[in-house]
Design a protein around this ligand. Structure first.
Ligand SMILES: [Zn+2]
Length: 242
């Protein structure tokens, strides 16, 4: 693994206030584009479990094809799917990452994205990051390294603070476009087909009545035939693309 398998306990809000007062002010918002720093046919599939239910078909397809994935679990999804979460965490094929305690975008002042209200200041940011890490650690024994905010949007200074709190923020560059249950398998397959060496793909694990599984069932064998290998986050360095 390129990164430590277990996150170090980072700074708390009081330490950040004392040592990095320059970061407490909002600095503009960003949804960072990120990819793996590789030129070979290597890609990372990430699955967000935001809230609601569990799409078992996706996991069956991944297991059948021996495909690794990183699962970003939000606290509210874990609460509703505790047994399933523990099963996924125990499976070596998957890496558990954090999608925030309440699935909120990470800001330093009151801001909404897609109708979801973000964290308002450093204390709420800490609750969102460290709070969910604590929940995951209690259930799995492992503190997650990677963090993705609800919606994937951040204040630029909040991103720096998240790193100081001991987490690696993880964006993506290839959306499956499966954020709504109404999107067709064709649209999702077309979106997945844009993956190229180093792609970090984002799809959703919480829409069992959507078409993500149907699309993955078609796309995975084709991308394997092209010679692609799937990795979990942490196996290669992640870079931010402008
Ligand atoms: Zn989400």
């Amino acid at each position: 693994m390129f990164f430590p398998a277990v996150a170090v306990s980072g700074m708390n809000p009081a330490e950040i206030r004392k040592n990095h007062p320059d970061l407490l002010k909002p600095d503009g918002i960003i949804c960072p584009d990120m990819r793996l720093a590789v030129s070979e046919k290597i890609i990372a599939l990430t699955l967000d479990a935001c809230s609601g239910e569990y799409d078992q078909k996706i996991i069956q397809i991944l297991k059948k094809n021996n495909i690794s994935a990183t699962i970003f679990a939000a606290g509210k999804w874990i609460d509703r799917n505790k047994n399933i979460f523990s099963e996924l965490a125990a499976d070596k094929l998957f890496l558990i990452a954090s999608h925030g305690l309440k699935h909120r975008p990470c800001f330093l002042e009151k801001t909404n994205v897609f109708g979801i209200s973000g964290t308002d200041g450093i204390e709420e940011l800490f609750e969102e990051t460290a709070g969910n890490a604590e929940k995951i650690e209690k259930l799995t024994g492992i503190r997650p390294v990677f963090f993705r905010s609800g919606t994937g949007w951040y204040d630029k200074n909040a991103l720096k603070i998240i790193e100081l709190m001991g987490f690696i923020p993880a964006g993506w560059n290839t959306p499956a476009n499966d954020y709504s249950e109404k999107l067709s398998a064709d649209i999702i397959i077309k979106s997945l087909s844009l993956a190229c060496p180093g792609s970090i793909i984002i799809a959703h694990l919480n829409h069992p009545s959507g078409n993500t599984a149907e699309a993955l069932e078609v796309w995975i064998p084709s991308v394997i035939r092209q010679g692609y290998k799937f990795v979990k986050l942490g196996e290669y360095r992640i870079i931010c693309t402008p």
